[in-house]
Design a protein around this ligand. Structure first.
Ligand SMILES: Nc1nc2c(ncn2[C@@H]2O[C@H](COP(=O)(O)OP(=O)(O)OP(=O)(O)O)[C@@H](O)[C@H]2O)c(=O)[nH]1
Ligand SMILES: [Mg+2]
Length: 464
């Protein structure tokens, strides 16, 4: 369907955020680049794209936000901002008991087709609909409306060949006014009248004059501008001009199915505060939908709603990650990434103290505050170092010890020192060994003897 590409790249961006263990700068920059590219391809205004990226960066680079919260905030931000640029709340066309809608727009915008579609839509919902054809300009217009009305079994009032012959000396505007008079009493029997008007090449004086006259005579409940989605961002100029000249009440965007520029026209309408009431999504009579930004974005992102999306982020972060580590351990695999997650988890719990306290013989080792701060700084550098490693290096840190040139490269690439990286590797080795011993525990019960053995072995070695 429409904007498929935008949807899939937004989805993949959100997935990358959800699944990331580190939301590091490299990853964030890549996600931002993808989102930017697809929004621009969907013809969304560059200023809006830029403002969205700035907001993403502000959260993503904020070191004070914990990783889990950051993921949630980012997903919520992307959702909310796109919702906003699509117009925020949805607008429903509220029709009184007796209503009429006049449709305006340039040549070929989709007015006549949309009228038939809407007539069909409202008739199905119990309205007594009549179509009124006032496009006396284009010779084939009346025949087109008639055919569409017959196909949809709707009542229609048009200029007959006899009317045309009788009024052949009149201007087309006058002929339209004459039709209004002719059908005045007939139209009273219907509770929804959909009025087709003539298009023009542009919003010129002629068109404004004609529409003003029709508007004054008909006094429709609503004046709706019809625009095809392929006008992209220029929808903004069109909507603004029509709003100024003719005080339109809202917009219908047609041909959403056939263009990559749909994002441009939708967001342009939101920018001019012209509510988009319906979108046309195909040539068939039933291919019209009410436009609701929230459900539109849900479809784009492929999630039920924001809540479901956030739940997904949470579960991908918590249990998914934990499960992964457990699986790896079961397989006898333990990588640097797992080490980092474990350390981060411990840090988050503030439980280095507690953890050590559980080990007999280590309880006396009270950790001073400065040491914890030092540990945090160290973690930050380790994180940068791991980010600069290749996947093979992360998965098999042993190769770093064999090929020390790798350590130098990583240090250079991450702005850390080789000493720091060696220390990280030492911690890794030690923890891996510790894990190996732990796996000898029965049902997760800590065997005090084993603990003491571990304490003895590692006393003084866990560097903080
Ligand atoms: N694919 C697709 N085609 C559409 C849609 N809406 C309208 N069209 C097509 O767009 C073309 C122009 O539609 P019309 O309804 O004749 O446009 P109009 O604004 O009445 O044109 P004028 O009366 O000449 O000003 C037709 O071929 C329609 O079938 C849509 O949502 N999707
Ligand atoms: Mg038409």
């Amino acid at each position: 369907m429409i904007l498929e590409k935008l949807g899939s790249s937004l989805k993949s961006g959100i997935k990358k955020i959800s699944n990331a263990i580190f939301l590091d700068k490299k990853l964030i920059d890549q996600i931002i680049k993808d989102i930017q590219k697809s929004l621009i391809e969907a013809d969304v205004n560059i200023t809006l794209v830029f403002s969205l990226t700035q907001k993403i960066k502000k959260i993503a680079y904020d070191e004070t936000i914990p990783s889990i919260d950051k993921k949630e905030q980012l997903v919520k931000l992307i959702h909310d901002e796109i919702l906003l640029i699509l117009g925020g709340e949805s607008h429903e066309l509220k029709l009184p008991k007796q209503a009429s809608i006049m449709f305006l727009g340039l040549y070929g915008a989709g007015k006549t087709t949309t009228i038939a579609k809407l007539g069909f839509y409202y008739a199905k919902r119990g309205r007594k609909v009549a179509l009124l054809g006032l496009d006396t300009q284009r010779p084939a217009a009346m025949e087109q409306l008639k055919q569409l009305a017959e196909k949809t079994k709707l009542t229609y009032f048009i200029e007959t060949p006899e009317d045309k012959e009788k009024n052949k000396k009149m201007s087309s505007t006058k002929r339209s006014l004459d039709l209004i008079k002719k059908y005045e009493s007939d139209l009273k029997k219907y509770d929804l009248i959909l009025i087709d008007t003539a298009g023009r090449d542009g919003l010129n004086e002629d068109l404004v004059k004609e529409i003003e006259l029709l508007n004054k005579t008909l006094k429709p409940t609503y004046r709706i501008l019809v625009m095809p989605a392929d006008v992209g961002q220029t929808a903004k100029v069109q909507a603004t001009e029509f709003k100024k000249a003719l005080s339109i009440d809202g917009v219908i965007i047609t041909r959403m199915d056939g263009t990559s520029k749909a994002g441009g026209s939708l967001t342009a309408c939101a920018e001019t505060s012209a509510p988009v009431y319906f979108i046309g999504v195909g040539e068939q009579i039933h291919e019209i939908e009410t436009f609701n930004p929230e459900s539109f974005i849900q479809r784009l992102l492929g999630m039920g709603d924001l809540q479901a999306l956030l739940e997904h982020v949470k579960s991908a972060t918590d249990s998914g990650q934990q499960q992964r580590i457990e699986d790896r351990l079961a397989e006898g695999k333990f990588t640097l990434l797992d080490l980092y997650s474990q350390l981060e988890q411990m840090n988050k719990m503030g439980s280095m103290d507690k953890l050590l306290g559980m080990i007999p013989g280590m309880s006396a080792a009270k950790i001073p505050k400065e040491a914890l701060q030092k540990q945090e700084a160290k973690m930050k550098n380790w994180k940068s170092a791991i980010s600069s490693m290749t996947e093979t290096e992360i998965e098999n840190p042993e190769i770093l010890e064999k090929q020390t040139s790798r350590i130098a490269r990583i240090a250079k690439g991450s702005g850390t020192t080789t000493t720091e990286i060696r220390e990280l590797l030492k911690q890794y080795k030690m923890l891996k060994e510790m894990m190996g011993m732990q796996s000898g525990m029965q049902d997760g019960n800590i065997d005090p003897k084993m603990m003491q053995k571990m304490a003895k072995k590692f006393r003084g070695k866990i560097k903080l």
